[in-house]
Design a protein around this ligand. Structure first.
Ligand code: GFB
Length: 324
């Protein structure tokens, strides 16, 4: 439906894990990839966003820029997670409309759904119950992204769509223990426990919550597929269709790292949502399937951490820590 050949595609958030994966995927096409450094355009400033989009005049925009983080960061910085994400999305959508950019893909998150939604979670579970308190701020901003796409589609006939990826991981992830998601955090913790000869590693919470994990390259592949093939009012879930408990994830990471110690639980830390397995049947019916299992993705991400993650820690790069 939307042929990428020779189109000008603006990727916002290209330095983050998902944005980088989107760039890798777009490089396999003949489109022209446009990006903007944060020093050139702070997406939280409307005039800067309007100037950027009218100057670049893209055919389509992928909005992958976001303030992201794990359960602790979401719970600790509610104002930033709400304000930054909300204002970036509203600025980009309005600026795109004003510049007559007719195609856009907005990224959201599986945390938009109610804390106790029926599993697997279908798209129509949106706004049917209370949100998980640790990430309701981020969730509200991401729900606003869905509604902005729908509102500009309805009032101005803009071909704007939104996609809701599940928990993502992969090369370029954030390994800072205070702000990261669970998978990179456990890679780092288990690696450090192994190197220092510890007898155990401690994971946050009970280990019983279940999560669905998707490699960022699978996510990028699905997102570009949607950009090419989907036009509609409804948002689309982007997941793998299977999940596992945090304890099971920790065991897989111990195997990949080669750590044989005990797994302990820090029950003072929150569990968050008990389960958020999404139904990705809408995406699969459109013709897309994931290709990277955890058994491949975890060792690959561990290798990336060994090659790059420790220097990321030393430099303490803020864009890696808080932007997708
Ligand atoms: O990945 P995570 O931080 O985010 O945590 P959410 C997932 C689960 O792993 C929680 C547990 O039950 C954590 O308590 N966990 C165990 C750990 N050990 C650790 C650890 O060392 N670090 C971390 N971070 N978790 C986020 C939302 O929720 O998911 C965001 O806050 C977003 O808004 C993102 O939606 C995808 O899956 O709970």
């Amino acid at each position: 439906m939307f042929d990428l050949a020779d189109k000008r595609i603006l990727v916002l958030g290209h330095r983050g894990m998902v944005g980088s994966a989107i760039i890798r995927r777009l490089r396999t096409t003949t489109c022209t990839i446009l990006t903007a450094e944060r020093s050139v355009a702070d997406l939280r400033r409307q005039s800067a966003v309007e100037a950027l989009i009218s100057r670049l005049a893209p055919d389509a925009i992928i909005l992958a820029a976001a303030k992201v983080g794990g359960i602790y960061a979401n719970d600790t910085y509610p104002a930033e997670f709400l304000y930054d994400n909300l204002v970036m999305t509203t600025n980009v959508v309005e600026a795109a409309h004003r510049a007559d950019v007719n195609r856009m893909l907005i990224l959201g998150s599986s945390c938009i759904y109610p804390k106790f939604a029926d599993q697997p979670i279908t798209e129509d579970a949106l706004l049917t119950g209370p949100l998980e308190p640790t990430n309701e701020w981020y969730a509200i901003a991401k729900i606003a992204g869905i509604k902005l796409a729908q509102a500009y589609r309805r009032q101005y006939e803009r071909d704007y769509i939104s996609a809701m990826p599940t928990n993502l991981y992969g090369p370029g992830d954030n390994f800072d223990l205070a702000t990261s998601h669970v998978l990179p955090a456990l890679i780092r913790k288990v690696h450090e426990a192994k190197v220092s000869g510890e007898e155990s590693v401690t994971i946050w919470g009970s280990g019983t919550p279940k999560r669905e994990f998707m490699h960022c390259d699978d996510c990028a592949s699905a997102l570009i597929y949607l950009l090419e093939h989907y036009s509609g009012h409804e948002h689309v879930n982007v997941g793998t269709g299977s999940d596992l408990s945090i304890h099971e994830l920790a065991l897989k990471i111990c195997t990949a790292v080669g750590f044989q110690g005990e797994i302990r639980n820090d029950l003072s830390k929150p569990d968050g949502t008990p389960r958020k397995l999404m139904s990705s049947s809408r995406l699969q019916e459109l013709g897309w399937q994931p290709a990277i299992p955890l058994e491949q993705g975890i060792p690959e991400t561990y290798q990336w951490y060994l090659d790059n993650g420790q220097s990321q820690q030393e430099q303490n790069i803020p864009s890696r820590l808080v932007h997708r």
